[in-house]
Design a protein around this ligand. Sequence first.
Ligand SMILES: Cc1cc2nc3c(=O)[nH]c(=O)nc-3n(C[C@H](O)[C@H](O)[C@H](O)COP(=O)(O)OP(=O)(O)OC[C@H]3O[C@@H](n4cnc5c(N)ncnc54)[C@H](O)[C@@H]3O)c2cc1C
Length: 362
Amino acid sequence: MNVEQFRADLRAWLDEHDLTPGPDHSLRGQMQQLARVHRALYDAGWMRYGWPVEVGGLGGPALLRAIVGEEVVGRRLAEPGPYSMVEVLAPTMIDYAPAELAARLVPRLLSGREHWCQGFSEPGSGSDLASLSTRAAPHEDDWIVNGQKVWTSFAQFATRCILLTRTGPGHDGLTAFVVDLDTPGITIRPLRTMHGVDEFCEVYYDNVVIPASRMLGRPGDGWRLAMDLLPYERSTCFWQRIAYLYSRFDALIAEADDPDEGALGATYLALHTLRCRSRATQHRLAGGARLGAETSIDKVLLATAEQRLYDTVRDLLPGTLELDDTAWRPEYLYSRAATIYGGTAEIQRNIIARRLLGLGKE
Ligand SMILES: Cc1cc2nc3c(=O)[nH]c(=O)nc-3n(C[C@H](O)[C@H](O)[C@H](O)COP(=O)(O)OP(=O)(O)OC[C@H]3O[C@@H](n4cnc5c(N)ncnc54)[C@H](O)[C@@H]3O)c2cc1C
């Protein structure tokens, strides 16, 4: 498959098929729009390229998925956060779920029939994920889960959750499941956020019965699964987020009355550096490389570029963030989360220092 021809054909298709979002900009509206976009792209085949045939895909390199994300999110047809969930969770299902289960469930995610979420973080376990305490205990052919998750994005709209549990001591005592969120004993409570888009939830698990067939991998594979998932979060997902940031950079240039070339230049440089790095990552992924700690560099560059862009918005559009009811304010506030989600900036720098540069513990 010729990648540039693929992009040209996709662009032509998007020009012909109007998927512009409607007037409802609430989170519910965004999730409905995402489902609409996924459905249309899946039915036309676009959403199936780059995914294995075994899960309803049409094959080809993962680069094709990155291009679809870049075009869809860069055109603002879907928001980057919700759009990224497929890229985070589908590869995990493909790599770890029993083949029959992945073949049955993944097409539902790709086609927009379902949203899924990621249940890793807990009130006492974020950076130190391996300390999590939500327990899964074996009971005949099932596992019984008890505990609490937090910061579970989009759980209130999700049908299923990739859930990380404790089944024994230490890193080898973590086990993942794919859980149907309508199972009795699950309570989902959305949380208020400062930027007004309430994507997070607390999710409580009280004696929730999960069939053993829903385990991802084997007992004790949870840590490996989590480590394999994070690089996906920092590869194809980032490519579409970068397209979104470029579109916002263009909007800033259009709106700024007094463009400060120095500030805009520095912002462009941060975005361009990120894009160059991310391009290399997409190509390594497409070449079959197993991504690892080096994607922490991509995460640091993304957070730096995103926050610099919105700091420049604050400086070049005086009063807009503080006084106007435009999209810039929630976007500025959300950009503060870029140094937290998917692993904090401090943790990424620790990983770069210890695992990539070999600088030792302190
Ligand atoms: C927008 C957003 C979406 C999210 N979505 C999800 C989701 O869908 N599912 C999910 O499971 N989680 C999600 N999270 C949670 C996210 O993974 C955690 O917030 C993150 O891992 C940090 O954990 P924490 O919040 O517990 O902070 P903590 O780990 O308590 O960290 C607090 C501070 O201490 C610093 N710190 C901690 N340990 C060290 C150390 N060893 N060295 C130096 N500094 C350290 C951190 O850098 C941070 O500044 C989301 C978070 C955000 C912001």
